[in-house]
Design a binder for this molecule. Structure first.
Ligand code: GLV
Ligand code: GLV
Length: 316
């Protein structure tokens, strides 16, 4: 059996597949695989391990007549035409849980970096502009005692809230479902989206990109944010109307925003790069050695399970 892997991922995946006599063919270049190269190489694939940067649309799915599983190396799977894959009898899996801690940690990292203006401090040092301690130098805001609002209260949102709670925040959340675990561990209160936006000092997004969540934050509700609020996005860029957010940041209507994800990745809106009140990361939420190893292992195990006739471990 043969599995096509669209980019080099931690070697554990190939080791596990090989043990089960599944041949992994890996695109070993340091750039995302071009669509036509992908289509040319997957004729004989019984399975595909894809990245969130690969668009797995009808053309790609049609090019793999033997394919039984698409194992996405990510927790999000908005890059895959799930309905079409399903209609072809293809199982789609993702890598939940194993990247929860790393993504929750980067949420807090972005939060503190925004509140305490870490990039501005680093820039000052690098440019030799530090002239000594100053009573008003780069003043920021404390996390302690603030309202930390999460939109989406699944695994990652819950993990971020638990960490924020340890910093002395009060947790608000907005979700389609009541999360009893979150409430009992952090004392979180469930509120409507507009209340969350109006009350929170930190607003952090933790929901998948779907037609319903596209531009969930937009011109109609971004104005609700407090002037001292910060917005953190480690989910998907398209959940926020980025142009509107940039306007708000330009006019200092909020304190700052921390981005790990963008609309139209990897093409970044140049306006964003001119702003001082942002912290920008290159989509590295799950980017720890620990998480990436476990993601590779889980993707391979999903492939093995399905190709050997068992149930997928983490189907979407
Ligand atoms: C990262 O963005 C993921 O969905 O795993
Ligand atoms: C700051 O460095 C202080 O000693 O207060």
């Amino acid at each position: 059996m043969e599995v096509y892997v669209t980019r080099e991922i931690p070697v554990i995946a190939e080791i596990l597949l090989k043990k089960k006599r599944i041949k992994a063919i890996v695109f070993r270049k340091d750039n995302p695989i071009p669509k036509n190269t992908l289509i040319r190489n997957i004729r004989n694939a019984d399975g595909l391990i894809s990245l969130l940067s690969d668009k797995i649309d009808r053309d790609v799915i049609d090019a793999m007549p033997k394919c039984r599983i698409i194992a996405n190396y990510a927790v999000g799977y908005n890059n895959i035409d799930i309905d079409y894959a399903k209609s072809k009898g293809i199982i789609v899996t993702n890598t939940p849980d194993v990247l929860t801690d790393s993504t929750a940690e980067i949420t807090l990292a972005l939060t503190l970096a925004c509140l305490r203006r870490l990039p501005e401090g680093q820039e000052m040092m690098i440019n030799n502009k530090f002239k000594g301690w100053g009573p008003k130098l780069l003043l920021g805001l404390e996390l302690s005692g603030k309202y930390f609002g999460i939109i989406g209260a699944g695994r990652i949102g819950t993990a971020a809230a638990i960490r924020a709670k340890a910093f002395g925040t009060k947790i608000l959340y907005c979700s389609n479902h009541k999360n009893k675990f979150l409430e009992s561990v952090t004392g979180a209160k469930k509120v409507t989206l507009s209340r969350l936006l109006a009350l929170s000092d930190v607003i952090s997004l933790h929901l998948p990109l779907t037609p319903e969540s596209f531009h969930l934050l937009n011109k109609g509700n971004l104005h609700l944010l407090k002037p001292t609020a910060i917005l953190i996005n480690t989910a998907r860029g398209e959940i926020v109307d980025e142009k509107e957010l940039i306007k708000i940041l330009k006019n200092n209507k909020i304190f700052a925003a921390g981005f790990d994800v963008y609309e139209n990745e990897p093409n970044i809106n140049p306006e964003l790069l001119k702003l001082k009140n942002v912290v920008l990361l290159p989509h590295i939420g799950s980017g720890t050695f620990e998480a990436r190893d476990k993601m590779a292992e889980l993707a391979a195990q999903n492939v093995i399970a399905v190709l050997y006739g068992s149930k997928a471990i983490t189907p979407v």
